[in-house]
Design a protein around this ligand. Structure first.
Ligand code: GLU
Length: 536
């Protein structure tokens, strides 16, 4: 069987963990079977539609490296579409551009007597609801008022321009059965299904149900892997497949994603939109790896996978029925892990936007930026931007370029200590901006006093230039150890005030590497400033 799956988001919100887990599982299912992964925008709810959510979808796909395999128009034939060079070689399917099709299929159901025109106004529907509420009736949904209007009469009224919708005529008194890959056989009494839902709205747009079923059929989708919240709509969809005389795809409703408290994952638990994670400094590899484990288990004892490896291991048999619990700490662990796998250059390129935003380094020269972008896997065309700078700007870029070289060097100092890319600015800020000199108390090692600390720092002052010029940590360490021994001082006592003078804090990335990056002059100046302050 040629596996064909789809991710069919409605652009009514930002892409979040749950949606992207659905996208990922579909993507992996296509990849592991040599099938096709389709992206379809279900944008027929025009009241909740917002273009920025479409952009967010493309950005998220680009960032995660998801590519879709098919679409109505090859990418090079589409002008001015924001997904170009992003997720795929094709435009995705966009439902708002296919409305003619849905009308045609709604008509088909009308012709078959499986659907009917409804002329009820929103006001009448609301009145029915209020009456039922007052009577404490357990009935809900449409009261099927127009179900028995003579079809010819109804068609005439519709043709004359009377405002109407088209509703599905659910066969009453029957039961709908379908199989869910994960949940097994599911049985639903038709009388309990949402009564005769609207298929075509009065503005001619289809509802989710009609467009979704028609498209899954036309796109020959073989498997529908989607969130469990859609389970309740599935009997309705199966009824529609039968009404059309089509075979439904296989369904697999994915386990829910919960917060640690057992409630559905939401903003209350922390970040949920992929954009928020990106802004905080998560790596796409970490998110993909972690999200892939939400509701699935792969090989025993192994939980680190690249997207490519996941595509080899994935299968529906590896999905779990039980809800998945989102563990932010575990995600942080993955992020640290993937950060540690990066080279200095790669990590610097990833951390760069955070450093520039925090003002740690100036505007970067175009070439450096281009290189950084290349390493982040961005489109080449962005590298062309902003050519032809002069004067001040050039100077600023030169500064940025120098800053960037130092920034690359600093990665080795901070890599082991980073959980989120965004933390980089606070951890190595002292390398780019003079730190505030802390209070005297901070400089004083245990069992020492101020006078002794000043002596220690004076010794530090004698050594600091040599230390900064040592080619590596080992030589710097041997040198300072020998000096401490010779002067009969404890190594720790010598190092601590020096560290505070250089980094502004007792806790910092490695001191010798910091000194090397700052250079002899700058290091000596910081120690002198600290001494001046302590001597006041
Ligand atoms: N448009 C629906 C959504 O936003 C798609 C549900 C489905 O996959 O059938 O999630």
């Amino acid at each position: 069987m040629n596996i064909r799956v789809r991710y069919a988001p409605s652009p009514t919100g930002l892409q979040h963990v749950g949606g992207i887990r659905t996208a990922l599982f579909n993507y992996l299912y296509a990849r592991c079977n040599g099938g096709k992964f389709i992206l379809r925008l279900e944008d027929t709810d025009r009241t909740r539609f917002d273009e920025s959510y479409v952009k967010n979808l493309y950005d998220t796909f680009e960032w995660l490296g998801f590519k879709w395999d098919e679409g109505p128009v090859p990418d090079n034939e589409v002008e001015d579409r924001s997904f170009q060079s992003r997720g795929g070689l094709y435009s995705p399917y966009i439902q708002s551009e296919r409305t003619v099709l849905y009308k045609k299929y709604a008509q088909e159901l009308l012709d078959k007597g499986q659907a009917y025109y409804c002329f009820c106004s929103a006001q009448r529907i609301e009145e029915v609801r209020l009456q039922r509420e007052a009577a404490r009736s357990s009935q809900s949904g449409y009261d099927r008022f127009c179900r028995n209007i003579d079809p010819q009469e109804a068609a005439k009224r519709a043709a004359s321009g009377e405002v109407c919708t088209v509703r599905l005529k659910i066969p009453l008194g029957e039961t709908t059965l379908f199989n869910d890959h994960l949940l097994g056989g599911i049985e639903w009494k038709n009388d309990d299904v949402n009564p005769d839902p609207v298929l075509l709205k009065s503005d001619g747009f289809p509802t989710y149900h009609l467009a979704n079923v028609v498209d899954d059929h036309l796109m020959e989708v073989t498997h529908v892997l989607r969130a469990q919240e859609w389970l309740a709509s599935t009997p309705l969809h199966v009824i529609m497949y039968r009404a059309f005389g089509w075979t439904p795809p296989e369904f697999c409703h994915l386990p829910m994603v919960m917060g640690q408290d057992g409630k559905k994952l939401s903003k209350r638990h922390g970040a949920t939109s992929i954009d928020e994670f990106r802004k905080q400094g998560y790596l796409p590899e970490a998110l993909i790896n972690y999200i892939a484990l939400l509701g699935a288990s792969y090989e025993e004892g192994k939980d680190v996978y690249t997207l490519g490896e996941l595509a080899q291991h994935f299968s529906l048999e590896k999905l779990n029925k039980a809800p998945a619990v989102f563990d932010y700490k575990k995600l942080e662990w993955y992020n640290g892990l993937y950060i540690r796998m990066k080279s200095d250059e790669e990590l610097a390129a990833l951390c760069l936007p955070f450093a520039v935003e925090a003002g740690l380094i100036g505007k970067i020269g175009e070439e450096v930026l281009a290189e950084a972008r290349r390493r982040r896997g961005r489109g080449e065309e962005e590298e062309e931007e902003g050519i032809g700078k002069r004067g001040e700007e050039e100077e600023e870029e030169e500064e940025g370029r120098e800053g960037f070289a130092k920034f690359v060097g600093a990665m080795g100092l901070v890599r082991e200590r980073l959980v989120l890319l965004g933390e980089v600015t606070e951890k190595i800020g002292y390398l780019f901006k003079e730190p505030e000199i802390p209070e005297a108390q901070e400089f004083i090692p245990k069992k020492c006093d101020l006078a002794k600390t000043i002596e220690l720092l004076q010794t530090g002052m004698e050594l600091v230039r040599r230390l900064a010029e040592m080619p590596d940590d080992e030589q710097a360490e041997n040198f300072i150890k020998a000096e401490a021994e010779k002067r009969e001082i404890k190594l720790g006592d010598l190092m601590m005030p020096l560290r505070v003078a250089i980094t502004g804090s007792r806790v910092s990335p490695p001191l010798f590497g910091s000194l090397r990056l700052l250079g002899a002059e700058c290091s000596a100046k910081r120690v002198q400033n600290a001494l001046d302050m302590l001597n006041k």
